[in-house]
Design a protein around this ligand. Structure first.
Ligand SMILES: Nc1nc2c(ncn2[C@@H]2O[C@H](COP(=O)(O)OP(=O)(O)O)[C@@H](O)[C@H]2O)c(=O)[nH]1
Ligand SMILES: [Mg+2]
Length: 449
């Protein structure tokens, strides 16, 4: 009798709960980082780990089991093409081409309720692949065209590259009479090519971001400006107008508008690139990351807070490509990442933002192997070299536990290569082999479960 009553009651509660349609909350996560830092591969692996997590040991340390499905896009942002990207890596064992678009994908999680009469609970996360170069434009906010030009020109004066010197010469020769479409295009083109050159040579703190990652504005005349010395020329006037238009309509109204809705930010950093390319590359990368964080800096309140309030309370810094070093060097790699993050935080007022740091490999391409050299056992990595298209064993050098001083920084001590995804068969639909992706997953969704 009592049992029947309980059954009846459970049914009633269940029916009542069915009638309450709970809105599904969506947590928006921006995956940012400079181009080639590994955003696209990271998101592909993240989705892969989540969709296929049941095939291996659970990806999170939480006990709660959950099911994940990809939902159709709800925003106007281009869809992140997980299926094609996964195919290129898993079936063709290649890296996909770089992209410069902002893309998005939504995953729905369903967790089993502990009580049979309650519905399973659902929540969504939206992952947004967001070019870090666009965030660098924040550094232009609050600067007049004249101030930005002066700052950029002074920065260029310290760069020892022919193409930079040529640009500085060209703008030095401009006069008050300089005007016309020909000269506008010429100066803009020179500056743009110089930025692309610097980008390819491991500089990262480059503005405007859209000159490097133009996306849908590739041939738009509104991008036709560049930093020049202050003058009364009509060229100066035209560039100033376009600069102001760019800040208002592209940076403020489009690029940063997305940031209003983000709940969390993941910042990918390619520390290995910095180590391999020396102190200038490192310090420029650090400046770039600091400028990306300036959105949260309370000292910027005067000009950013007038129109912008970020909803982000947690930033997860992730150093990618940990498979390019041996497993015995992972502790040092973590120490470098922590040093970089501390260095960024120290000079800023961002105490209200929680930060975490992890070293990862989204798609692990190598194994650590021991090789004998001059009677000593050396830890090396083994994988398929992208250059040689065959399996090689390589000694990557000793990873320091702290960034070397400019005088001690010897780039020839490091030997990092591009490795291709291993050519294992993923027939059983197992997720990508990885390093520490489970820690990142925990950090992203742990508290939502
Ligand atoms: N070895 C290794 N290389 C990676 C990994 N993730 C990314 N890469 C390399 O970094 C390149 C750039 O990655 P991508 O995700 O396209 O960078 P994005 O421009 O930030 O989207 C890839 O083509 C790979 O060569 C990884 O986990 N391991
Ligand atoms: Mg990409």
């Amino acid at each position: 009798m009592f049992k029947n009553n309980i059954k009846e009651l459970t049914k009633k509660v269940s029916a009542a709960v069915d009638n309450i349609s709970m809105p599904i909350t969506t947590t928006k996560i921006a995956i940012t980082g400079l181009s080639r830092s590994g955003k696209t591969i990271f998101i592909t692996s993240l989705i892969d780990q989540l969709l296929l997590q049941k095939k291996i040991t659970p990806i999170t340390s939480r006990k709660q089991p959950f099911n994940v499905t990809i939902k159709s896009p709800t925003t106007s942002i281009k869809r992140f093409d997980y299926y094609s990207l996964k195919k290129i890596i898993k079936e063709y064992h290649q890296w996909p081409d770089g992209t410069d678009d902002i893309t998005s994908t939504t995953l729905e999680f369903e967790t089993k309720s502990r009580y049979s009469f309650l519905n399973n609970s659902k929540f969504r996360i939206e992952l947004i692949d967001y070019p870090g170069e666009w965030i660098l434009d924040i550094a232009m906010m609050g600067l007049s065209y004249e101030q930005w030009s002066e700052k950029t020109i002074n920065w260029m004066k310290n760069i020892d590259e022919e193409i930079v010197k040529r640009y500085l010469n060209s703008i030095h020769e401009l006069s008050d009479k300089s005007k016309g479409e020909g000269i506008e295009n010429n100066i803009h083109q020179q500056y743009s090519s110089m930025l692309s050159f610097l980008k390819n040579n491991h500089y990262s703190n480059l503005t405007p971001g859209r000159f490097i990652m133009p996306s849908d504005l590739a041939h738009d005349p509104i991008l036709c400006f560049a930093p020049i010395h202050q003058s009364n020329s009509s060229l100066h006037q035209v560039f100033k107008e376009r600069y102001e238009y760019y800040l208002e309509n592209i940076v403020k109204n489009i690029q940063l508008e997305h940031f209003r809705g983000f709940d969390r930010q993941i910042v990918l950093i390619d520390i290995i690139e910095a180590l391999q390319n020396g102190h200038n590359c490192y310090s420029d990368m650090k400046d770039g990351l600091r400028s990306m964080m300036s959105l949260y800096d309370h000292r910027n309140k005067n000009f950013i807070a007038q129109w912008f309030s970020s909803s982000i309370k947690k930033v997860i810094f992730v150093a990618t490509k940990a498979d390019l070093i041996t497993s015995s060097q992972h502790n040092n790699y973590s120490a470098l990442l922590n040093e970089m993050v501390e260095g960024i935080r120290k000079k800023m007022n961002v105490d209200h933002i929680k930060t975490e740091a992890h070293i990862i490999s989204s798609v692990k391409c190598t194994e650590t192997v021991i090789r004998e050299h001059n009677g000593k056992n050396l830890p090396c990595i083994q994988g398929i070299s992208s250059k040689e298209k065959k399996k090689i064993v390589l000694y990557p050098g000793e990873m320091p536990h702290s960034f070397p001083s400019p005088q001690e920084w010897d780039t020839s001590a490091y030997n990092y290569e591009v490795f291709l995804p291993s050519n294992i068969s993923y027939k059983d639909n197992i997720p990508f082999d990885h390093i520490n992706m489970d820690k990142v997953v925990d950090s992203i969704i742990g508290e939502l479960l």
